[in-house]
Design a protein around this ligand. Structure first.
Ligand SMILES: [Zn+2]
Length: 439
């Protein structure tokens, strides 16, 4: 199949991305015994991925229907499984897979993004890539749970089960695209609180992936939870930079250090509609974030926004290893604030805009909940890369305006018609090709 030819420039972006998911089969464990092997293990991964990519929990059911009526289906022509496995088979096979085995597909996503110039378009602060780190929960339930669920007490004697992950997402100022990278799942361990779990997950993420992303000169963003010295040093150890939110109450040493010092200051007055608002920046360099002898030194920029009436509407401060000056303090603060995009543009979209991150497609006994979460993140990442890099996708998207509206169209049209390829499907949506004849 052409899609297996790796980075052949004549192969459309989406086919190359799906080929990378198909290649994960080499590492997928096949627990079946004997010769009666009807399905390739990659078929289960592709069949698990397809409903997320099509944003349709009933995609496979519709395709089985087409398969019966027309002898083939879009699941086969667009995603590649030779046969569509049953739902219970998919659940059972994916449950046994370590989610980390899908990591190579994130590398393929980043490679495509790099190739198409999408990553360069997202660079900030003179060539850095911003990677926002943040924790989120999914699959909260007081009934359904698995061996890898975290749990907490609710009320007197209720237990709530949930999964949590540290998401790493490429974000940019002045750019609404976000690209998820490999997540780090929080696995329950006795005796650690939520904050501890998230900061440990951040250090595991940096250890596993930080050095690989060093070539993008990453600046890691995160909330106050990440602004402890151990994580700052872990970031520097991977060759990256940090720009973490820092609340005054969690860094008394900085408050004490800056007391009595006249801070550098810059005030910008900016027009906002009919009114003028003012942005006041202050900064200090070479500050110890904690009080002991082994404290490292960091730079501390802060921002305060006041409205036309002089009322403060926003205030935040950060710690960073990047140099802060009168010229760059506004850009540093703007990048620090881009962290909110992981909440807004990623978690919010994944949970409410068709990706159904929290819907219960299945939970499993071991890894199913996390495997489905990772396939969902990959679907989101592939959509973003296609929007940036795939000409056929962009042409179809131009005709169908919004992201959600656009993603609905393939879902509906593939319920009735079988398309021989993505190019044919996208060509039909862009009105450059007639749809295939129905049965
Ligand atoms: Zn679970």
């Amino acid at each position: 199949m052409a899609a297996d030819s790796g980075f052949d420039r004549t192969v459309p972006v989406l086919d190359r991305l799906l080929a990378s998911l198909r290649r994960c089969r080499r590492s997928l464990p096949d627990q079946r015994r004997g010769l009666n092997t009807t399905y390739d293990m990659a078929d289960f991964a592709l069949a698990g991925f397809a409903p997320f990519f099509m944003q349709s929990p009933s995609f496979l059911a519709h395709q089985r229907h087409l398969q019966t009526g027309q002898g083939r289906s879009n699941c086969q022509t667009l995603f590649g499984p030779r046969k569509i496995p049953g739902d219970s088979q998919i659940r059972a096979k994916l449950d046994a897979i370590d989610p980390a085995l899908f990591h190579p597909m994130f590398a393929a996503v980043v490679a495509e993004l790099d190739r198409c110039g999408g990553l360069d378009a997202m660079r900030c602060l003179d060539g850095h890539v911003l990677i926002a780190l943040d924790g989120t929960e999914f699959h909260c339930s007081d009934k359904i749970h698995c061996a890898n669920c975290s749990q907490r007490k609710r009320g007197k004697d209720k237990i709530e089960y949930f999964h949590a992950m540290l998401a790493a997402t490429v974000v940019a100022t002045g750019h609404n695209r976000v690209v998820p990278l490999e997540p780090e799942f929080v696995v329950p361990r006795d005796g650690h609180d939520k904050q501890d779990c998230e900061s440990r997950a951040a250090r595991r993420w940096l250890e596993a992936h930080g050095a690989r992303y060093a070539r993008f000169q990453p600046v890691h963003l995160g909330d106050d939870l990440f602004s402890r010295q151990s994580i700052c040093q872990a970031v520097l150890g991977t060759g990256g930079h940090f720009l973490f939110v820092r609340k005054p109450e969690s860094h008394k040493a900085i408050e004490e250090f800056r007391a009595g010092i006249k801070l550098d200051e810059r005030i910008d007055r900016i027009r906002s509609g009919k009114n003028w608002i003012s942005r006041r920046y202050q900064w200090l360099s070479g500050v110890p974030p904690r009080g002991d002898e082994k404290a490292m030194t960091v730079n501390w920029p802060s921002i305060e926004i006041t409205d036309a009436g002089g009322k403060m509407t926003y205030r935040n401060s950060f710690i960073t290893d990047l140099e802060v000056s009168r010229e760059n303090v506004a850009a540093r603060a703007a990048s620090g604030r881009a962290r909110w995009k992981i909440e807004n543009e990623t978690f919010n979209v994944l949970k409410t805009k068709g990706y159904n991150l929290e819907h219960n497609f299945g939970h499993g006994k071991q890894h199913l909940a996390t495997v489905l979460a990772i396939l969902n993140l990959l679907a989101f990442a592939c959509h973003t890369v296609c929007e940036l890099a795939d000409t056929a996708w962009r042409a179809a998207r131009r005709e169908l305006v919004t992201r959600q509206g656009f993603l609905q169209s393939p879902r509906i049209i593939t319920t009735y018609l079988v398309f021989p390829s993505w190019d044919e499907l996208l060509g039909t949506l862009a009105f450059t090709r007639p749809p295939p004849l129905g049965p």
